[in-house]
Design a protein around this ligand. Structure first.
Ligand code: ZN
Length: 356
């Protein structure tokens, strides 16, 4: 991966962006795009990069990746200055206790820890059960409620205090790869398209959407705004090459083997064929899955926006989804960008996507 691109990915991941509080990440996205395409933002917090094509009757093509991440939110401060919190999105109570966190307060970032009763003091049955999220608490070092409330407000967002790290080979780990890896790919496709010698036959919109983890909300409004003929959602997917995930549940898909192209009701069959044939002709690695229902991604709301949109998903294999140690392969991001740029060159006519 290009060094400047990796630096952008690292900055995007470092920026806190729990659903509803995405603007630190959106600012990174906007400033990366600004030198090579026109950038607009909307009242929801979505960011749109646009590159116009050439020719008549250009199809409108929308790429979307969501920049919001799961996190926590301050709900209540007790008399001793401990913070109780709600989950933003699907937070697993198995992994929270004992973690360091950042509370993003008006005056700046505060360090905190999610405390836990020592194992020595736990009864047998408690050792085997999970402490519910609503019973867990954050210690920011405050000595009482008054002092804590001078530093934080109810509603402040919280992220896990981890940044991107390299693992062996080309693998990286971080919180929030779901789905800043996707909005990264969208930004890279815009950059690559802007560098092409000839304009494409489409108007291209690359969207960094918000509030996906709390109900596909930014994807819903941004699809309405862009009014695409063709939409491709770039989202992470469950890699099944970790020891405790069954291949029976999501097929045989793993890190470093390319983007995943699902088929099913949420996917326009003509657009799927275009992506699959592009991968084959350009010798770009891809993997396949079947999703026999509406997907839990922005592709779902994009497909049923207005009168319907020819929609596909390009998914990035990810281990340990919704933990602070989400892990993926950089090669899969690069090959997803290659695939999308090559596929966009092949889109010239919106009418071909009507299945017949
Ligand atoms: Zn996601």
């Amino acid at each position: 991966m290009r060094e400047a691109s990796l630096k952008f990915l690292e900055e995007l991941l470092a920026a806190p962006s729990p659903s509803g509080y995405e603007q630190p990440a959106q600012r990174v996205f906007r400033s990366y795009l600004a030198p090579f395409c026109s950038v607009t933002s909307d009242v929801m917090g979505n960011v749109f990069g646009c590159i116009e094509g050439a020719g008549e009757n250009r199809p409108r093509v929308m790429l979307v990746g969501h920049s919001d991440e799961i996190g926590l939110q301050v709900r209540y401060v007790d008399d001793d200055g401990f913070l109780y919190f709600a989950a933003i999105g699907g937070v697993d109570p198995h992994i929270t206790a004992g973690l360091r966190v950042h509370v993003h307060a008006a005056k700046g970032r505060l360090n905190g820890v999610i405390g836990k009763r020592p194992i020595h003091l736990m009864e047998g049955k408690d050792r085997d059960s999970v402490v519910k999220l609503e019973a867990q608490y954050i210690d920011i070092g405050a000595t009482d409620k008054k002092e804590a409330l001078e530093m934080v407000r109810v509603g402040d967002p919280i992220t896990f205090a981890v940044t991107m790290e390299r693992l062996a080979n080309d693998r990286i780990t971080c919180r929030g790869l779901d789905d800043k890896a996707g909005s990264f790919v969208v930004a890279e496709v815009l950059r690559r398209v802007s560098e092409l010698p000839d304009k494409l036959a489409i108007d291209l919109y690359g969207v960094s959407s918000v509030q996906e983890e709390v109900g596909l909300r930014g994807g819903t409004t941004s699809s309405y705004t862009v009014k695409p003929d063709v939409g491709i959602c770039v989202e992470v997917d469950f890699a099944t090459d970790q020891p405790d995930v069954e291949k029976k549940h999501n097929g045989e898909v793993g890190l470093g083997k390319g983007a995943i192209l699902p088929r099913g009701a949420n996917i326009n069959p003509v657009l799927f064929d275009l992506l699959s044939e592009t991968a084959e002709k350009e010798q770009i690695p891809v993997q396949y899955t079947g999703i026999a229902r509406a997907t839990g991604t922005d592709a779902n709301v994009m497909q049923i926006s207005r009168g319907g949109v020819a929609t596909a998903l390009v998914k990035l294999p990810l281990r340990y989804m919704h933990t602070p140690v989400e892990t993926l392969s950089l090669a899969d991001l690069d090959s997803a960008v290659e695939l999308l740029v090559a596929a966009l060159k092949r889109i010239t006519d919106k009418d071909v996507f009507v299945p017949r």
